[in-house]
Design a protein around this ligand. Structure first.
Ligand code: PLP
Length: 427
């Protein structure tokens, strides 16, 4: 029997409000208070307390150690961390970076600021970048590949490493959606040349608001990234400490602050536990809806660990009387916070970033088409970029964030709503 959907005036599955994604406790508050008290009592050098202090160093050390990396740099967002990676690579203008277009602009904005041209490659059923398409897009201008571990699902790193080695490219890992995910038992972020994570409020793990971190084992990349993230100045705790106090190259100020770092230190072990809860919620939901084979979960490679920042379901073709947006809206009406295809929902379903105005209008530096036409006979036309497999798969996805803060009742309601909506729209 098909039940009348809430979107059509029926009774919703639940009216209970879903919880916030993160909870800050007395321990977080105590950590901030300690930093502020220390700053007040410190006298003349608060930079060592509020910006480059022990909390920041502790987090950088613990996070990079966990990821088998010699170096870690805490900055103020995931975008800043990735921009610092491009700063570390220091590419020549006109060179290219290959990335999936199903990501945040943060994966490639730093490349454009460095005069690089993003080239978009298709994805496969893992919803991560497809190594075969990556290799087909390599030119003599290519300098780097970005592996975005999509929704928490690891990219095929062995294949990407082989390609990067074959063509002498930097392999950058964007782990912003994939804290503590594992590719074949290795934590993502410990595999490529250099890796970045966002630590913002909507991500798996946060320092209360914006933050980001990068890690690497490559000393040259570390030194330049350190400088790039902090005005290329010498700092007592940095690689240029014996240099004169001068700006050594063009750089940013992406410094994080000690308050955020102090919360990150408190949240670190909680984040690992919370992400396990998310995985359990996602697996529970996926198990309970496995009786609906028309909803296909994002493919996870055998031996990989998906951490489910987002749980994505692909609607089988020609089975439902509605598209993914309508399906997701119907679940929302049942009281469950689902969304339609990534990126862009509701009135703005633009989808992959190659369709966003920055690329369709080549709108980066004034009236010029720089860098998209730099040393080229004509500017790159992103309207021609073809990622047809991804277009097809992603346009059929519905998405849900299985937050660690969900109660058993929230999870049960989610399962019930998915089943109710699927049953209603099934042809
Ligand atoms: C894959 C990916 N990369 C980069 C970013 C940018 O991170 P931030 O918002 O911390 O700057 C995001 C943001 O969600 C992201 O999802």
């Amino acid at each position: 029997m098909r039940k009348k959907l809430a979107i059509h005036g029926g009774k919703p599955v639940t009216k209970i409000k879903f919880p916030a994604s993160h909870h800050f406790g007395d321990d977080d508050i105590a950590a901030i208070t300690k930093v502020l008290k220390k700053a007040n009592s410190h006298g003349s050098k608060p930079i060592e307390i509020l910006q480059r202090g022990t909390e920041r160093h502790k987090f950088e050390r613990n996070f990079s150690n966990l990821h088998d990396s010699k170096y870690g740099i805490l900055v103020n967002s995931g975008t800043s961390a990735i921009n610092s990676i491009y700063g570390a690579i220091n590419p020549d203008p006109g060179t290219e970076v290959i990335c999936t277009p199903w990501t945040s602009i943060g994966s490639v904005s730093g490349a454009i600021f460095h005069g690089m041209v993003p080239v978009f490659a298709d994805i496969d059923e893992t919803l991560c970048i497809d190594p075969i398409d990556v290799e087909s897009k390599i030119t003599n201008k290519t300098r780097a590949i970005v592996a975005v571990h999509m929704f928490g699902n690891p990219c095929d790193m062995n294949k990407l490493i082989q390609i990067a080695e074959k063509y002498n490219l930097f392999l950058i890992e964007d782990c912003t959606q994939a804290h503590f995910s594992k590719y074949q038992n290795k934590l993502v972020g410990s595999i490529g040349d250099i890796a970045a994570w966002g630590l913002s409020e909507h991500q798996h793990f946060t320092g209360a608001g914006n933050c980001g971190i990068l890690v690497t084992n490559n000393t040259k990349l570390y030194e330049r990234a350190f400088g790039y993230s902090d005005q290329a100045l010498n700092r007592a705790d940095g690689p240029f400490k014996n240099y004169p106090y001068v700006h050594n190259f063009l750089a940013q100020n992406y410094n994080a602050n000690e308050l955020a770092a102090s919360i990150l230190n408190v949240q670190f072990s909680k984040a690992i536990k919370n992400i396990e809860k998310k995985i359990n919620h996602a697996k529970n939901i996926l198990k309970q809806i496995s009786e609906i084979p028309e909803l296909i979960p994002q493919k996870v490679r055998n031996g990989d660990k998906h951490t489910y920042w987002n749980m994505s379901l692909i609607l089988k073709k020609n089975v439902f009387n509605c598209d993914a947006n309508k399906f997701a809206e119907s679940i929302v009406a049942e009281g469950i916070p689902f969304s339609g295809p990534y990126l862009g929902t509701g009135k703005y379903p633009l989808g992959p970033i190659n369709k966003h105005p920055i690329f369709t209008n080549l709108d980066a530096f004034g009236k010029s088409k720089y860098p998209f036409d730099y040393k080229r006979t004509r500017a790159v036309d992103y309207k021609l970029s073809k990622c047809s497999n991804g277009e097809d798969l992603m346009s059929r996805t519905i998405n849900f964030s299985p937050l660690s803060t969900l109660t058993e009742e929230n999870v049960e309601n989610t399962i019930e709503a998915i089943k109710k909506v699927a049953n209603f729209y099934k042809k």
